[in-house]
Design a protein around this ligand. Structure first.
Ligand SMILES: [Mn+2]
Length: 373
């Protein structure tokens, strides 16, 4: 069973009041995976970095993890892990050097693979950990001993054409994989599933078990690799309990004409387990009051957030009010002037100022009306 990037203890602050509940989801996804191991006849569990979201996770969380890992080991399944970038052992007083996880093989030195007997076959596990570059590290090679040779790597796999990753990342090129002799490379660091085949080698990013941030959208899978002399087959089991997704709505191309109609459209995506980001773009004929709309649909989602990237300065709302002989009219004319003559860099800020100003005029207008009524 190949796990990576569990990020337990992540703050998930973008989820506001739901952050704590979501943190429990992440934890339970990990515990459910461990519990599935005997049922799936798993011979070893490998964790390829970022089990914790920080090198210094809360003691209660560490305690729960110790219990769960000890149970897996007591059931006869070895657990082998490497630190990642978030929980790197390069940090002083990192959880892996400070705490003991009895029975867990924590690989801190690539030069010293751990040997395990799996289903009667010798298997060697090598750890190439995150939080440090390859410079001075052990070569990415297996030893000549017979048996299975499995590398745990927290880092980036480059396509060899460009090097965009940070220099602190451990990084591999396709030829490193080809020359390595490993049967399986258990990768971690990128949060979406990806696999690479090179002759008899299979390298896999399993992805997260529950989406942690937007971009980790859709179904997440538990990865079980079956490795033998003929090669490796992968089993992917849908594992997530909630799903992240992103929706884009271009208001110029839609028939949405009011905040009310926008809310109605959003409710069509209702999903009590959904964690959804809605991006509004294009020209809005109304001023979307994002917080009010979010609040109106909040009960139909686990979490929904709106990112407003619409422009208003050419909208009907603005056109119809710009010639008024009022404070609002003067404000609009001044802002349009600025948008017209300002630099490209200033435009988003001016657009936002126009929008916020208009929201205030609308709000004050409504309040006055209520007083008059
Ligand atoms: Mn990660």
């Amino acid at each position: 069973m190949h796990l990576a990037d569990l990020h337990l203890g992540a703050p998930l602050s973008y989820l506001g009041p739901k952050a704590e509940q979501r943190a429990k989801d992440l934890e339970s996804a990990f515990f459910r995976a461990l519990e599935l191991a005997p049922e799936k006849n798993v011979h070893a569990i490998v964790i390829a970095g970022d089990l914790f979201d920080t090198f210094n996770p809360p003691p209660e969380l560490v305690q729960r993890l110790k219990v769960a890992l000890a149970r897996a080991i007591a059931n006869g399944t070895p657990v082998i892990l490497i630190p990642g970038t978030h929980d790197s052992h390069r940090y002083a007083r990192c959880v892996y050097t400070r705490e003991s996880f009895p029975g867990v093989d924590i690989l801190l030195d690539a030069g010293k693979p751990v040997r395990r007997e799996l289903n009667g076959h010798p298997a060697y596990f090598y750890g190439f950990s995150g939080g440090c570059s390859n410079q001075g590290a052990s070569p990415f090679r297996r030893s000549p001993d017979g048996g299975l040779h499995i590398a745990l790597v927290h880092g980036s796999l480059s396509d060899g054409t460009h090097w965009s990753q940070g220099t602190r990342d451990f990084s591999l090129r396709p030829e490193d994989l080809r020359l390595s002799g490993f049967q399986y490379v258990a990768l971690g660091h990128h949060h979406n599933f990806k696999e690479y085949r090179e002759d008899n080698l299979l390298a896999v990013y399993p992805g997260t078990l529950e989406g942690i941030k937007f971009g980790e959208n859709g179904d997440r899978h538990l990865i079980i690799a079956e490795i033998d002399e003929r090669g490796t087959t992968l089993e992917r089991i849908k594992h997530n309990r909630r799903t992240l997704s992103e929706i884009r709505i271009d208001l110029s191309a839609s028939d949405i004409r009011s905040a009310e109609e926008l809310a109605t459209r959003l409710l069509k995506f209702s999903d009590l387990d959904g964690i959804i980001k809605v991006s509004l773009s294009g020209l809005a004929d109304f001023l979307p009051d994002v917080q009010a709309i979010e609040a109106r649909v909040a009960n139909s989602f686990f979490h929904l957030q709106i990112e407003d990237e619409t422009t208003v300065h050419e909208s009907e709302t603005i056109r119809s009010a710009m010639n008024e002989n009022t404070v609002r009219g003067i404000f609009i004319r001044k802002m349009l002037e600025r948008i017209k003559h300002g630099t490209d860099d200033d435009r988003p800020a001016t657009e936002l100022a126009l929008r916020l100003g208009m929201e205030q005029f609308t709000r004050v207008g409504n309040e006055n009306q209520q007083t008059l009524d």
